[in-house]
Ligand binder design. Structure first.
Ligand SMILES: Cc1cc2nc3c(=O)[nH]c(=O)nc-3n(C[C@H](O)[C@H](O)[C@H](O)COP(=O)(O)OP(=O)(O)OC[C@H]3O[C@@H](n4cnc5c(N)ncnc54)[C@H](O)[C@@H]3O)c2cc1C
Length: 446
């Protein structure tokens, strides 16, 4: 029996049946068997979701062979591709056409189907989640019929806003068209920034570059500010020579990765050591740095080793109050791994279940590393408290990450929750696409 793990190796499943179909016809055959037996099933992209969202112990369908780019439209600037295409593959091909995705998350080994199903986001107050750039979706419904939905289709406006961030609960996304933008470079200016300065001048930071993010190093009263400004791709790029490449790879791999993993391992037995680790790495990583590179090279960064991740989207006006509470609490009780990543995004209306729906958003992501697969013992209690603070600040959890909210709380956080569920029930009346992770989110328990 095959065992499938998520990227962080925090959840796994042993599906009774596991499929890697290569054609639409095979998918239809699989759905026929599923319907005859009323088996529950899930669809999986890369399995990068830190929760068990994409897993199933009954039937699991991988979209890895739906990996074809169907069209790159230079005039209207969009790409139409199968749902299993990796963001990484788009990053390899689009620059040669002078195009790029408008915004990206921290890694690119993700499928386009996975990112739009979970409202994956990057940072930048002018930019929304990737779900909001979707132009059209080709969906295989549970009866095997294939339907095309378009954002300009006035008859299906609400349905389209459900489909663009649907957590894989409406059917199988076969292909997706998504907006592109002209290729751009990013100019990175990075420097250490005191936590208080960050909070006191928040609006200046957010608005003074296109894609601002702040990496907070808990227990240091400081962090690193990353300002990324869009630049024309005509600027000649400076290439590192061999010596510089060897030096930066030693710095990055040996100290930035392997040594850090050893340090975090030691801290499992001596939790106070986390304070020292955070301080050391703030100085190690926080040197002033300036670089210009192709956009995807600077949007993406190394998220290091396996980790638990918990991320919330709070209304932007709650940022200072929420982070101050969080700092008070962390300093009192816990030893928290760096970085707490703080990002920003614009308000959007194109996906009913986008955590940024109808509000400008501050995203707060916290991690608990699992050095060599071992666990940070305090992390459950810390995550509970982190969630409580975000929830008190009207936070909505990131759909792909771990959280403990259930139907009753979530239904109050999303104005169009009921409408989403009316449509969801039409597409999946017997809840075949609901696994245990989704049960607590989507099924109301009396
Ligand atoms: C190291 C790391 C860094 C990350 N960085 C960020 C970040 O910067 N910003 C951010 O927002 N998120 C981030 N994430 C979360 C990540 O973007 C999401 O978990 C994303 O969904 C992963 O894509 P995937 O292809 O692995 O999807 P999976 O985890 O395989 O699936 C995610 C969801 O999509 C559904 N799905 C996938 N394909 C289809 C399909 N064809 N039809 C129907 N449903 C489908 C699945 O059923 C599931 O519900 C990160 C995760 C990791 C592990």
């Amino acid at each position: 029996m095959v065992e499938i793990w998520n990227w962080a190796r925090t959840y796994s499943c042993r599906p009774r049946l596991y499929f890697e179909p290569k054609s639409v016809e095979s998918l239809q055959e699989i759905l026929k068997i599923i319907n005859e037996n009323q088996w529950k099933f899930r669809i999986i992209g890369c399995g990068h979701s830190p929760s068990s969202l994409a897993l199933s112990d009954e039937v699991l369908i991988s979209m890895k062979y739906f990996d074809q780019i169907i069209e790159i439209n230079l005039e209207d600037k969009f790409v139409h591709c199968q749902s299993g295409v990796l963001i990484k593959s788009l990053n390899e091909i689009l620059p040669s056409k002078n195009l790029s995705l408008p915004v990206q998350g921290s890694v690119s080994s993700l499928t386009i189907g996975g990112v739009i199903s979970t409202g994956t986001h990057g940072s930048g107050i002018q930019f929304a989640t990737l779900s909001s750039y979707v132009r059209s979706i080709c969906l295989m419904k549970l009866n095997g019929n294939i339907v095309q939905y378009d954002r300009n289709d006035r008859d299906n406006e609400d349905l389209f806003r459900c489909l663009t961030c649907s957590l894989g609960t409406f059917g199988i996304l076969l292909s997706i068209s998504i907006d592109l933008t002209d290729l751009f470079y990013l100019e990175l200016t990075q420097h250490q920034l005191k936590f208080d300065d960050f909070l006191n001048h928040l609006s200046v930071h957010i608005s003074s570059s296109d894609h601002f993010r702040y990496m907070w190093f808990p227990h240091t009263q400081s962090g690193i500010a990353y300002h990324l400004q869009r630049r024309s791709p005509t600027i000649p790029l400076r290439k590192e020579n061999l010596f510089q490449r060897i030096y930066s790879s030693i710095r990055h791999r040996i100290i930035g990765y392997h040594l850090l993993e050893i340090f975090f391992y030691i801290s499992l037995y001596f939790p106070r050591f986390v304070r020292w680790i955070n301080r050391f790495y703030l100085n190690f990583q926080g040197q002033n740095h300036h670089q210009i590179s192709r956009c995807d090279h600077l949007f993406n960064f190394d998220c290091l080793f396996r980790q638990y991740a918990n991320e919330w989207a709070i209304p932007i006006e709650e940022t200072v109050s929420c982070l101050v509470k969080l700092e008070e609490f962390i300093e009192r009780n816990y030893f928290v791994h760096f970085p707490i990543e703080i990002r920003f995004g614009r308000s959007e209306t194109s996906s009913f279940l986008s955590p940024s729906f109808q509000r400008e958003t501050c995203w707060i992501n916290t991690v608990a590393y699992r050095p060599f697969g071992f666990e940070h013992r305090q992390h459950r209690k810390y995550f509970e408290e982190f969630e409580r603070i975000c929830f008190e600040h009207s936070g909505r959890p990131h759909w792909a990450k771990e959280h403990s909210l259930t139907y009753s709380e979530l239904s109050r956080l999303y104005p169009q929750w009921n409408l989403f569920h009316q449509y969801r029930r039409k597409f999946d009346p017997t809840n075949l696409l609901i696994n245990s992770c989704l049960e607590k989110i989507f099924l109301q328990h009396e």
